[in-house]
Design a protein around this ligand. Sequence first.
Ligand code: SF4
Length: 333
Amino acid sequence: MRLSSSIKYCWIFITDRCQLDCDYCFFKTKTQTRTLSHGQIRQLFGLLKGSRKIEFVISGGEPLLRWDLVSFLIRDIGRRYPKSSVTLQSNMILMTPEKIRFLKQHRVLLEPGIDGLGKTTARHRKGTSLRMHRLVCASTRTAAKAGIPVFPTMTVHPQDTSAMTANFKFLASLNVDRIDVHPAFLAPWMPENATDFIEHYRRLAAFSHSAALKTKLCPCYSRPMAFGHDLVVMPDGHILPNWTFLAFPKKIRDRFFIMKLNDDHIACHASRYRSLLGRYRDLFRAKKVTYREFSNLNAALAMRLWKNRRATEGFRRYREICRAVKAIDTTLP
Ligand code: SF4
């Protein structure tokens, strides 16, 4: 079985251990025990043989809990896929000046998990104290000062839409390059919260693209992408074709695994993979597809199996927000 020729992102969730318990974390049912083995990583590189340019994302759980594996991956990806990029997603709690130097040397992009001011961040990133928030912000500032491209994703919970501008300005004060402002996935979005999010997003777009500001609102997920899918490698070696499946209960998620990395071979769910590729082809044939739309199609597939009424209503509004965000993003330079 061959991989689809266009892989947009290869997410490597190296461990499901994490010190925090964020209420919007899309990686549900973390066991706090699993970590990818070197054998599984070797199998992954075999699977990607011949690929030229891939956007690798190293994530977790918290990847810095396994810095040995992170540094090994970064070095190996640089050797095997010199045209590819590597982004490290981290809650930054264990970031140090030495690690920042290493990331800079290997041209790694950094996506720190901060939602803005301490109050908002501590409310949703459970386990974050205000002292920890200060340390995380200091490390983020140091990384940006060292010349590492730093792109936080500012996740907005329905109850925090009115604080969007204040949180954005705070993140911009850390000297980061771009900020992806994203509505919390599968959150209970009500009509008034959705309207409020869109209005604040519109204002942010105008504000952040004023000439004086270095930090810009990131429209990347609203750009049309080439046909393909993600490779989402989980800490136990299972591979999903899109990140959204991680947010569903295990019995739903189990329906979407396309492959499994073992230490010495790869098991492929060929018929399932073919059927998903067929759906993706139909989607891409019908229109130009952005990464958000591709992800939302996958979430809708899982949602149909899940049948949770409250989540379905929230998800419908989430999709409305995504459509409005796309319309605003297309007006950005
Ligand atoms: S820090 Fe990241 S992995 Fe950990 S709970 Fe929060 S969102 Fe999830």
